[in-house]
Design a protein around this ligand. Structure first.
Ligand code: UDP
Length: 481
């Protein structure tokens, strides 16, 4: 006779810290709030110290198991200049047999599979196993709307999306400036476009979608996703908004935190471009001058300049070059009292939560955007790649919590005078105070959503957990496979 057991979720994380971080936070919630057992399957993109540290920190206390799949070798399958999304898709495909083997040889086999954005090809494995299958989209609802509507756009739009004269319409949602489309939509003949299109067709085949956002933040888009007259036509499965799930604040003491402790409240701009973002030499020079000319305090996470904006995606944390080699002559000396430069990687969540931080110049990755919103920190939107241009447009135009340069930084070098102006706008000018007031309202709304007193995200995760308990085959014997 079968006895009921708690759900055991296998959660598959795509390569990259921006994917692993929200998966870990999601796993913790399932374990702590809903008594799930969780095994995270991680696909290492490379042996990064930041990734190793992250996993180590996530394991104390040990709330879930982590199975690291062998690092996939895709060198013979993609050209050296293949786009990040192509590499991610091929890495995921290459790891499928290893995942199947790992899961089938587990003594206590999971009875539920959750994949993230690039794992949708694994949903068929859940079908073979006859277990429920969900997709966790660790970003926002507007991105999901675009992704599941892409198969329609693919049929209806002629030519390149970026060459369209009008905004791209997404039923029931904010339309999109052609220049803000996600990277895989920039060139339709590229493999990354086909991979992204495939993901858009696979997501609705899951049993449900979880998202790292919350109802009040994106009500209109969420309504459209659930309405049969709009996007609900293309996606009939439940959408659970369970965010904002962000990293816990580290509480570690280091030189940066000591320095922040000595600065006035909300006086420092934090400058960082996420786990993978990099700038050109010319842009770094302008940024350095812009910061210096603003006479405002700063913390800047620097990486050696490159020609491609996502150059550090697979290599973050590996270099420790002397930054004076690529920063303007004398910059470090002249700004000694005004700012701090950190090489490669900083404890971002802890920095953003510090009371001295008053602004964040950001690449607008979704995790970082949430970390800024939940700490009530206004932003300077500096999108570089992936879906960051969409996020930037949403943060500046829709939510009004960020300022941005006139032209996208991916199109044109942002000059020092404009940088100086943006920094002063959020730290000094009246406009900054208005933005700060709005972002603080959003911070409150985020806290409300997570509240165990019927907060919308708390309730959504409860509903998801209930659904899993009903539908996951709960046996304590090994399932035939
Ligand atoms: N991050 C960090 N230190 C850094 C750079 C990034 O801790 O120096 C963390 C950041 O706090 C966030 C994640 O890495 O949680 C980046 O995810 P996001 O979605 O913002 O952007 P991505 O890096 O995936 O583009």
């Amino acid at each position: 006779m079968e006895t009921l057991k708690k759900p055991h979720a296998a959660i598959l994380a795509s390569p990259g810290l921006g994917h692993l971080i929200p998966v870990i936070e999601f796993a913790k919630r399932l374990v702590v709030h809903h008594n799930f057992a969780v095994t995270i399957f991680a696909i290492p993109s490379h042996s990064s110290p930041a990734e190793a540290q992250l996993l180590e920190a996530a394991m104390s206390p040990k709330l879930f198991d982590v199975v690291e799949l062998p690092q996939p070798d895709i060198s013979g399958q993609v050209s050296p200049d293949a786009a990040v999304v192509t590499c991610l898709a091929v890495m995921m495909r290459t790891c499928r047999p290893a995942f199947r083997l790992a899961i089938s040889s587990m003594e206590n086999r999971p009875n539920l599979l959750i994949v993230d954005l690039f794992g949708t090809e694994y949903l068929s494995i859940a079908e073979e196993l006859q277990i429920p299958k969900y997709v966790y989209i660790a970003t926002n609802a507007w991105f999901l709307a675009l992704t599941i509507y892409l198969p329609v756009l693919d049929k209806e739009v002629n030519g390149e999306y970026i060459d369209q004269k009008e905004r791209l319409r997404i039923p029931g949602c904010r339309s999109m400036r052609p220049q803000d489309v996600v990277d895989p939509m920039l060139e339709r003949s590229d493999q990354q476009y086909r991979e992204y299109l495939r993901v858009g067709t696979e997501i609705p085949k899951s049993d449900g979608i979880l998202m790292n956002t919350w109802e009040d933040l994106q009500q209109t888009t969420l309504d459209a996703l659930r309405n049969e007259n709009f996007l609900g036509r293309f996606c009939k499965v439940p959408v659970y908004t369970i965010g904002p799930l962000t990293r816990p604040i580290a509480n570690q003491r280091d030189d940066i935190i000591d320095w922040l402790d000595k600065q006035p409240e909300e006086s420092v701009v934090f400058v960082s471009f996420g786990s993978g973002g990099t700038l050109s030499y010319e842009q770094m020079t302008e940024l350095a001058w812009g910061l210096e000319l603003s006479h405002q305090r700063f913390i800047w996470v620097v990486r050696p300049p490159t020609t491609s904006a996502d150059a550090a995606f697979f290599t973050v944390g590996e270099s420790s070059d002397d930054p004076s080699a690529y920063l303007p002559d004398g910059f470090l000396d002249r700004t000694r009292d005004l700012g701090r430069v950190v090489l490669m990687w900083a404890e971002q969540a802890q920095i953003l939560s510090h009371p001295s931080v008053g602004g964040y110049m950001s690449h607008c990755g979704w995790n970082s955007s949430l970390e800024s919103l939940t700490n009530g920190v206004p932003m300077i939107a500096w999108p570089l790649y992936a879906e960051q241009r969409m996020n930037a447009e949403m943060l500046t135009e829709e939510l009004g919590v960020a300022v941005g340069p006139e032209e996208l930084p991916t199109k044109k070098v942002v000059v020092r005078e404009e940088i100086e102006k943006m920094v002063r706008k959020i730290l000094v000018d009246q406009e900054g105070n208005e933005i700060r007031a709005r972002v603080k309202e959003i911070k409150d709304s985020a806290n409300k959503a997570l509240s165990e007193q019927c907060g919308s995200s708390y309730v959504a995760l409860c509903r998801f957990a209930e659904q899993c308990c009903k539908s996951a085959p709960c046996r304590n014997t090994r399932q035939p496979w």
